[in-house]
Design a protein around this ligand. Sequence first.
Ligand SMILES: Nc1ncnc2c1ncn2[C@@H]1O[C@H](COP(=O)(O)OP(=O)(O)OP(=O)(O)O)[C@@H](O)[C@H]1O
Length: 455
Amino acid sequence: MVRTLNAHKGSHPVQLTFDEQGLRIEGDLNAAKKSKSTRTVCCVPVPVGKGPDPTLLPIDNLYILNAYYQERTKMIHIHCVLPEDRTVEESPADIYKFMYSVDNAEEAVSFCTDLLSNVYQDLKFAKRLLVLINPFGGQGKAKEIFEYHVRPIFESAKCTIEVKCTEHQGHAIQIAKELDINAYDAIVTVSGDGVIHEVINGFLQRTDAREAMKSVSLGIIPGGTGNALIISLLGEKRGFDPCYTALQVIKGKITYDDHRYFSFLSQSYGITAYADLGTEHMRWMGDTRTIVGLLQEIFARRSYKIQAAIQVVESNKRKIQLEYRDAYLQEERVPVNESDGNVLDTIPPLNEPVPKDWLEIDDDISFFLASKVPLLARGMLSHPCALPNDGNLDLVLVRGSPSIAKQLEVFTKVETGQHMNNEIVSFSALLKDILHICLLKKNCIIVGVLQNQGV
Ligand SMILES: Nc1ncnc2c1ncn2[C@@H]1O[C@H](COP(=O)(O)OP(=O)(O)OP(=O)(O)O)[C@@H](O)[C@H]1O
């Protein structure tokens, strides 16, 4: 279907055309200067910089939030989220609002109706969102990120927005556990991974866990220190862009479907964990604090005692890399398990002997980092072969306390994933996501059982 509407901007004729792919705006001579939303800093309006003309290329359906005709002003309004420069890969996105006069109201209304049904198709328009903001996440800017970047996008898409700030640790678990799942289409977290973890666990504690996860999807706006899930899904730039991630809430189709998560990102012990815990007071630094923490740990040559029993599928790094490459190149993705029914606890009880085919580790280590996702922070491709749906956890293990030079070598290569080839790094895929760990630190014993059923 191709639809055209004749409009004008002042005395200049403008033509709007849409088809299955998107919308083309022709004739808007100063779109670059005026199309963006007004920006304010401390309530003072600031001029919008002149960027590339956003109407030069057709606007993909994905980017269009809303189109409506205002009777009073006789104007058609079209709201979009667009990359600021569409010729640049992964350019930051922003909200754009186009307005044109149309003389024939009936034509304008019917154009908007058809454009919207084309743009949303099987997606719901005007979603009901519950927004959970962790005011203390990351550098404490989650509220500002939401109000300044995200709310205007949700409002443009006519979403109903209910905002709650998380008030204490565990609050998001309670909210997800008690949520009226008929009242919302999505829970949107403006936080780091910690609050997402709580929402997932809140859902899993419900008797109608599957139903809840099917009907209420999870939207993620990065507002914390660790934003591993969203950057692993959308990439390091787009996953960190509040406008682009807000667009995903409106237009994305990520839902939990039939799969349950017990552990959705990583399990960390050793210097990576203590680098995070030991730099709590440096939150103002943003994600640089993780780097400072790691350097502190490396230069102190710390090591940590661990007892772990793991079931290893593959420990040959070369084979893991080749399998990953083959899976990545495969057009068809690995089919996911569609089975219904209860989630089985497949982990042997801790008081029983460790199965014979498992590997026991009773050692000092620098770090033990198991993950389902490749990126654990920006610039930290810690698990370059992690595939979210292969049913395995990937483990990076550095035993003992290697020299500072050797550890720094690993550290400098983690950005590209090359650390995996380093001699001090053991890299394994762990069978069926089962992992028993018993961590010993000083006099304290922590017993953990981790089970992961994959994404
Ligand atoms: N109001 C609050 N006061 C104290 N803790 C809170 C509050 N709201 C949420 N939390 C807790 O803060 C933890 C971390 O939250 P989040 O992931 O949003 O931030 P983060 O900066 O990415 O955290 P981290 O540095 O641990 O990665 C969550 O586990 C949550 O339980």
